[in-house]
Design a protein around this ligand. Structure first.
Ligand code: MN
Length: 234
């Protein structure tokens, strides 16, 4: 048995629908600007013919299970939700072809890419990394994972988000600029994808701020629901 100088953090994991076993979370990749209407609302429209997808990461220690209450985070005045389909990887993949990408998928989840928008935009405008805006504690919210089963490679399905029961985001997975096979093929040019890796696939239009006391609910058709309550400022 290995002895450590302090107790190591628990391994982050998520429940799996229909199973007593949990899915251990390795890396968390996030896709930027993957719905046209959201790219436009952020002032950065995407021309797919000239652009490539881009990514940022969150440490797996930022993971929060759906249903949690999280404190309004420090160092921001503009704390935003982003509702996203999450793809959970189930097998090793490196330089995969689009036609083979479906075999990498363990399952899907509904996720929130919580964002300190003010810090992200400062980073964007000054050419600095996005970490302070994106990779902060309790910023990667995720539902139970639904095994891929009969779902196959999702090509469409409603994705929506409400704050205090009022609809704020409403889109469809068929609006993804880079679809799931394209993302897995592209990301695997840069990384050896491994079981436990999560990919947040981007958010539709309608992102916005939340405040202490707000309750967020989100839904991805055939995948499930995610919920988050915003507590007092820390
Ligand atoms: Mn996002």
């Amino acid at each position: 048995m290995t002895h450590y100088v302090f107790t190591p953090p628990a391994s982050p994991s998520l429940p799996v629908q229909g199973s007593a076993l949990r899915y251990p979370v390795n890396r968390i990749f996030c896709v930027g600007r993957n719905y046209h209407a959201h790219a436009i609302e952020m002032g950065r429209p995407v021309d797919k013919d000239k652009a490539k997808p881009f990514y940022f990461t969150k440490a797996n220690s930022t993971l929060v299970e759906s249903g949690a209450t999280v404190p309004y985070p420090c160092a921001t005045q503009n704390y935003h939700y982003e509702m996203e389909l999450v793809v959970a990887i189930g097998t090793h993949g490196f330089r995969v072809k689009e036609e083979d990408a479906g075999a990498l998928i363990y399952g899907y989840a509904a996720g929130l890419d919580m964002t300190r928008r003010d810090l992200q935009l400062v980073a964007r405008e000054t050419g600095r990394p996005w970490d302070l805006g994106k990779d902060f504690e309790k910023s990667a919210v995720c539902s139970t994972i639904v095994p891929v089963g009969q779902l196959g490679v999702l090509q469409s399905g409603a994705i929506q988000l409400e704050v205090n029961s009022q609809t704020r985001q409403r889109g469809d997975l068929n609006q993804l600029i880079w679809n799931i096979p394209e993302l897995l093929a592209d990301l695997s040019q840069f990384y050896h994808l491994e079981p436990g890796d999560l990919i947040y696939t981007g958010t539709p239009e309608g992102v916005g701020a939340v405040q202490s006391g707000d309750h967020i609910t989100g839904h991805v058709e055939r995948v499930g629901d995610v919920a988050l309550t915003i507590g007092a400022a820390e």
